[in-house]
Design a protein around this ligand. Structure first.
Ligand code: GAR
Length: 207
């Protein structure tokens, strides 16, 4: 059984997609051990509680220095028996120290086709605003392993989504979530639970 820890900051629709995937069998051999938010009021925490999943808030603002925050996070994840950390709309940049504690065991969902529209400052609606501003015709979502950089780790799965005339950042975000994010994040978790991901020369393959 793969125990995952899901880190969130907001509405938690990707968390919901994971909960639903476990419920309907599209994600097998997996349980959510803990949900951690950096924001106390995040609706994602509510979703966790409604589904009987342990949920807590750990905010970097409550810690004197970054390493104390790292210790609180790694402590909570280890105590919950977590062997895969899933960043599902988590908007805190994790330290190198944290990443090395879970090396190769952290994945992130990003709402664009990396390497486009990613890196510092590209998160949430801002990504879709920039996509519309640049006028690209295809966008999408990416699930990747997390390394010490921002959105730089090996890409595991991507799905393309059409940009349509008249889209607003909100309508585009909704389409990217429905057609891409909520599909590929559960699919990657299921593949990891079944040990179907291989890294060769830092390139990830689903087998
Ligand atoms: C999602 O679109 C996710 O891809 C994005 O934040 C949103 C969270 O929504 N993440 C990033 O931008 C990370 N750089 P949710 O809370 O409803 O899952």
């Amino acid at each position: 059984m793969l125990t995952i820890g899901v880190l969130v900051s907001g509405g938690g629709t990707n968390l919901q997609a994971i909960i639903d995937g476990i419920g309907n069998g599209s994600i097998q051999g997996t349980r959510i051990g803990i949900v951690i938010s950096n924001k106390p009021g995040a609706f994602a925490l509510e979703r966790a509680k409604q589904n009987g999943i342990r949920a807590l808030t750990i905010s970097p603002k409550d810690y004197a220095d970054p390493s104390a925050y790292d210790d609180a996070m790694t402590g909570a994840l280890r105590e919950a028996g977590v062997s895969l950390v899933v960043l599902a709309g988590f908007l805190v940049v994790l330290s190198e120290r944290f990443v090395s504690c879970f090396a190769g065991r952290i994945i992130n969902i990003h709402p664009s086709l990396i390497p486009s529209f990613c890196g510092n400052g590209y998160y949430g609606l801002k990504v879709h605003e920039q996509v519309l501003k640049r006028g690209v015709k295809v966008t999408g979502a990416t699930v990747h392993f997390v390394d010490a950089g921002t959105d730089t780790g090996p890409i595991i799965m991507q799905r393309a989504v059409a940009v349509k005339r008249g889209d607003t950042p909100e309508t585009l975000q909704k389409r990217v979530m429905e057609e891409a994010e909520w599909v590929i994040l559960p699919a990657v978790i299921n593949a990891i639970a079944q040990d179907r991901i291989r890294l060769e020369d830092n390139i990830a393959y689903v087998i």
